[in-house]
Design a protein around this ligand. Structure first.
Ligand code: NAP
Ligand code: ZN
Length: 350
């Protein structure tokens, strides 16, 4: 069926309206009419082919919340009218060891992303949530239990939430742990909120002097302007974990030096250009680690959503009509968003 969407035909083009086609729901499929879709920096990296390999037309969007409008005959977990979410993945092999452990994001045969992954449906690759409707296998659908008034603000949990939750859990963040969150953007502001909710001592690192107060309001015990070497020095060798959400290339040594012995710098930001090679001595002499983490599995995403619903946790959002998406990208590049744009898809009707 034909569905209205917004996307781009090439890396150099602005996003604009497009008609796309969605498959009729198969036996295991759930059809969702999309109400809200968050705007992730990965959308921008992909539309502009900053990671190369973007397939066009490109329709981004992987922080989706909407209502079920049809289900296939074999669907057991969802019914018409349910409020549901879709994150960064729409399929995986379901048989490799990663999938068997509920870690579909590390599927050894490659998961299918919500956009830009090869698929048999036209036009040959997946198309994301900047659209009115999507059809997804029920295994990749999440239950949303936030109240109706919080759904726009809950949408970013589907990527920004799980991408920070998963490493915080993996590295055992909780009471007694000191955690740094580098970059107070879409991911970073959720990282601060979630690390605090998990009981850790949280320090936010920002390059934006004007985010100091916000970062505290989000739950940071202390805020450091990372461009200020004197401020940074005071935190040497004190962190168990630093979660680096920065979207641009930067010097990792500044953060490695703040880790305790055996501490970890976990990278989640994926910049267009590589970081300068880190200082090996700093890592070796204190058995520190530089690691990475990719979104989170479906089971873990549901756990995070339920935790957030229970604790009243959502994202700070600025709701925009789809017609403002190009301007929103420019503002995101200037770190001028508090702290996630969310598209109101009812704006696609007009
Ligand atoms: P965002 O909202 O644009 O936030 C990025 C933040 O990085 C900015 O707010 C800014 O924070 C900081 N920053 C930007 N440019 C900088 C620079 N030149 N030097 C230092 N700091 C800079 O982006 P996002 O949506 O949170 O995404 C962040 C990154 O994570 C992107 O690369 C995205 O693709 C990636 N990502 C990865 C995963 C994963 O699974 N690993 C999932 C989603 C997204 P301050 O103003 O506080 O300095
Ligand atoms: Zn994302």
């Amino acid at each position: 069926m034909t569905t209205k969407a917004w996307g781009a035909h090439s890396a150099r083009e602005l996003l604009g309206p497009l008609d796309i086609s969605r498959r009729e729901p198969g036996p295991h499929d759930v059809q969702i009419d999309i109400d809200w879709c968050g705007v992730c920096h990965s959308d921008l990296h992909t539309v502009r082919s900053e990671w190369s390999g973007t397939r066009y037309p490109c329709i981004p969007g992987h922080e989706i919340i909407g209502r079920v409008t049809a289900v296939g005959g074999a669907v057991t977990g969802f019914a018409v009218g349910d409020t549901v979410g879709v994150g960064c993945m729409v399929d995986s092999c379901q048989s490799c060891s990663a999938c068997e452990e509920g870690l579909e994001q590390y599927c050894e045969n490659g998961f299918s992303g919500t956009y830009n992954s090869p698929v048999s449906d036209a036009p040959g690759h997946t198309l994301g949530g900047y659209s009115k409707r999507i059809v997804v296998d029920e295994k990749f659908i999440l239950r949303i239990s936030h109240p109706a008034g919080q759904l726009a603000a809950a949408a970013p949990l589907l990527c920004a939430g799980i991408t920070t939750w998963s490493p915080l859990r993996h590295w055992g963040v909780g009471p007694g742990k000191k955690v740094g969150i580098a970059g107070v953007g879409g991911l970073g502001h959720m990282g601060i909120r979630l690390a605090k909710a998990l009981g850790a001592e949280v320090v936010a690192f920002t390059t934006s002097e004007n985010k100091r107060e916000d970062a505290r309001a989000l739950g940071a015990d202390e805020v450091v302007v990372s461009r200020n070497p004197e401020e940074m020095k005071a935190y040497r060798s004190s962190f168990d974990l630093i979660l680096d959400t920065v979207s641009a290339s930067h010097n990792l040594d500044d953060f490695v030096s703040l880790l305790k012995r055996d501490g970890t710098l976990a990278l989640v930001g994926v910049p267009e250009h590589p970081h300068p090679s880190p200082n090996v001595g700093q890592i070796v002499f204190s058995r520190r680690a530089i690691a990475g983490s990719l979104i989170g599995g479906i089971r873990e995403t549901q756990e995070m959503l339920d935790f957030c619903a229970e604790h009243g946790i959502v994202s700070d959002v600025e709701v925009i009509p789809i017609q403002q998406i190009n301007e929103a990208y420019e503002r995101m590049l200037r770190s001028d968003v508090r702290y996630r744009f969310v598209i109101d898809l009812s704006s696609l009707e007009g």
